[in-house]
Ligand binder design. Sequence first.
Ligand SMILES: [Zn+2]
Length: 89
Amino acid sequence: MAVPRHKHTRSSVGQRRMHIFITPASLTVCSKCKAPVRPHTVCAHCGFYKGKEFVNVLGALTKKDRKLKEKEMQKAEKESKNEKVEVRK
Ligand SMILES: [Zn+2]
């Protein structure tokens, strides 16, 4: 069995592990629903990527949940349209 040749001090162990950490995920904003999304990834909230629908998010939901989600998405679309109009002025 391999045995360590020398004692590794807390300091040297710490220095070696200095670069071992979890970096926070970089997020962008979905162009359709403005939800935070990882880059180059289909939006989990609305199922859109680059302006096209790739995942039917509403298909897997129950009727009640579907209605709620549709309302939420329409509200988000209205808000995004209002923002665009404000920018043009
Ligand atoms: Zn989205």
